[in-house]
Design a protein around this ligand. Sequence first.
Ligand SMILES: [Zn+2]
Length: 266
Amino acid sequence: MTDTTQLSDQSIPERAVHKADAFKEPPAPKRVMSIHAHPDDQEFTVAGTLAKWARAGSEIISVCITRGDAGSNDQTPREMTQAELARLREREQHNACRVLGVAHVVFLDYPDGVLQPTLELRRDLTRLIRQYKPDVVVCGDPTVRFYGESYMNHPDHRVAADVTLDAVFPSAGTRFIFPELLAEGLAPHQVKKIFIHGADKPTTFIDISTTLDQKIAALKEHKTQLNDWDPGEMMREWARDEGKEHGLEAAEGFRVMILQEEESQE
Ligand SMILES: [Zn+2]
């Protein structure tokens, strides 16, 4: 904070400082866990960043809390059963993750559309975090209820994000929360950073100009949700909007919470 005075002494315009900050893109983490409610949530939101990190060598674990078996009335043929839809959507998620270079895909099989912030879900996510030991967790923003004037954030999205944050802190790192996990041989694990997408005021922007096509290709794997609709134009517009204030052609914005500084601190 005290740096501000120094900077203004050197007559660097505030705007330029802001821009320079935006370009300080964090390095690709070693291991990332991306946690979402439904198949396709990840592809609509953070897939450009994941693809970029995968190219840089990050090991990525994608967790889908439901199998998307509620789908949407518009896109689901009347004759399709829920079990059939779940099977198809699971396969689509695997295909999308393959396009992105995501190494592991995990399904928790909670029912779609009625997700609740239960301790059972928190324990399941805590278990995965302790098993895979990610440095970074990627999830949504549980505090955002409304986007613009025509989209109310899906309750499953809010719950998935809320419980993920609770699993990261304090559950994953605290020995005596869920002692049954200790009994399973899962020691506490401290996640270093959380990347929260869909936040009102993102603080970190990842340049996805080199992976935007890959993001769109991955999203197109969710055929049951898109049918004839080509999401390319909308995704390009979102990426442009997200990047334009920071001089980026295409970006994904995040609120980043730093829970533990990198080792080099010492
Ligand atoms: Zn969703």
